[in-house]
Design a protein. Structure first.
Length: 475
């Protein structure tokens, strides 16, 4: 054996040296594994990169579609890698997820909309819940009412807001006030009255009031038809010649209403005039073509929104086919639900997507649908099952005025209010015997006929809408 072999044979390795060498080898193996993993993460099993070569349109070289990432700064879209694609969710699926979570707002709306359960989920949800939790039961019920100032104060022809208005709001903290032509004398008087009323509401309720008016244009224009205001007169909707003209009408009206202090316009009229003998609607309608009425109503609503005014689609399910006038008494249509869907319901089916903040339900009767002459405003089938469930409308639903002949001639005011709430309405417009309604609703809840959760659902929706208005006004 050579001397060199003898030297290696005679070497005795200490345990410390063996441990050190073993650890060093282990570290090399681990580092090699990590490096190899990172290097191969962007490659397929064949060893080629999994990033797909795309054209500018987002297609593969073979013509297959591949999602692209659209950058916020509007620079060129970037093709997705395979890892991106695995996490990619189609826009439609993403929208459905948002709606299921309740976080989506309908584009164009001045008020956030609710999810499929009717419970609002948006940036104001926590604040709305906080306000709701501090309300007494009576305050919740009054929040569901829109009264005329004379109803609220017990005064005749209110043209100013002073101590009587303030004390009345303390006693009856209603959700809104509707003004008629007699309340509106000139710009200075109107502005002062609305400003004072809103200040009282802020101090008492902590949220704005819905200050409402019927200002459609044409013959229904409480402000525009009063020369003291000096506003441009808007032609009847029947004379509107284009979508652009419809938008301009809504925007012009919205701007002067906003200047005066209003925040809700009971417009646009979405009635499809299918009965030429109908006089109560007549030239208030955009016409007899359902698609035209739908498109013009949406444009008008957009014009209101761009002026910061809440839009109200009316008169569901369509007053244009009726005989009679619900202001005076009984009015009906003998159409079936399928016939209404062909024309009258077309604009209302678009209400949610169009961002309509409210829908007003009329008092017309539909005996071939309901089997009797129950007004639609008091019908669970028409309000909840048709408008909300079938047509998918999830905004605020308000009755037409409950002091109109179709209701007041046939129902006690308190009974009508209870029926309207059971039907699914969120707000009651000018209900009769309004001071007796909270006690009656409490009795209905105690007897299991209405749930308090149902009341909270409506009030939460109302509060959230008002918080949205407040934020816009503050900005």
């Amino acid at each position: 054996m050579s001397n060199r072999k003898k030297r290696f044979k005679n070497i005795k390795l200490s345990p410390l040296i063996i441990l050190t060498v073993s650890l060093f080898i282990l570290l090399i193996i681990l580092f090699s594994a990590v490096f190899t993993s990172k290097k191969d993460s962007g490659k397929s099993k064949s060893g080629k990169s999994k990033e797909v070569e795309t054209t500018e349109s987002g297609e593969t070289a073979s013509g297959d579609q591949i999602p692209v990432i659209k950058l916020k700064d509007n620079s060129d879209p970037v093709p997705m890698t395979a890892d991106d694609a695995e996490a990619y969710v189609e826009p439609e699926e993403a929208d459905e997820a948002l709606q299921a979570d309740g976080t989506e707002l309908h584009e164009g709306s001045a008020i956030p909309q609710a999810n499929d359960e009717g419970i609002l989920r948006d940036e104001f949800d926590e604040q709305a819940d906080s306000i709701l939790s501090r309300m007494t039961f009576e305050e919740k019920i009054y929040q569901m009412m829109i009264l005329m100032p004379e109803q609220l104060t017990g005064s005749e022809t209110v043209t100013a807001a002073g101590n009587s208005t303030k004390e009345s709001l303390k006693k009856y903290p209603v959700g809104g006030i509707m003004y008629m032509a007699g309340n509106l004398k000139d710009p200075g008087q109107t502005r002062a009255m609305l400003e004072n009323t809103q200040e009282y509401a802020a101090d008492i309720e902590g949220i704005p009031l819905f200050l409402c008016v019927d200002e459609e244009g044409g013959r229904v224009a409480r402000v525009g038809n009063n020369e003291a205001f000096g506003k441009k007169k808007i032609a009847p909707m029947a004379k509107t010649g284009s979508v652009e003209e419809a938008y301009e009408a809504g925007n012009t009206i919205g701007e002067y209403l906003k200047e005066l202090g209003f925040n809700v316009d009971f417009a646009p009229d979405c009635d499809v005039l299918t009965n030429k003998a109908n006089k109560v609607i007549g030239d208030r309608s955009f016409g007899s073509d359902a698609d035209k009425v739908r498109d013009y109503a949406r444009a008008y609503s957009d014009g209101l929104h761009d002026s910061g005014i809440v839009s109200v689609y009316k008169h569901f399910p369509g007053h244009g086919a009726t005989s009679g006038d619900t202001h005076e008494g009984f009015a009906y249509t003998d159409k079936t639900i399928d016939e209404l869907k062909e024309a009258e319901l077309v604009p209302f089916a678009d209400a949610a997507e169009a961002g309509a903040d409210m829908v007003m339900v009329s008092h017309i009767s539909v005996p071939r649908i309901l089997g009797d002459n129950t007004p639609c405003s008091l019908s669970y089938h028409m309000v909840t099952e048709v408008l909300k469930d079938e047509l998918g409308y999830d905004g605020i639903v308000v009755t037409d005025a409950l002091n109109m002949g179709a209701i007041s001639d046939n129902y006690n005011g308190t009974d009508a209010a209870v029926m309207a709430i059971k039907a699914g309405n969120d707000m009651l417009l000018t209900p009769g015997n309004f001071t007796s309604i909270p006690k009656r609703i409490a009795s209905e809840i105690e007897n299991g006929n209405i749930s308090e959760a149902r009341i909270d659902e409506s009030v939460r929706k109302i509060i959230t809408g008002k918080l949205k208005i407040k934020e816009a006004d503050d900005q």
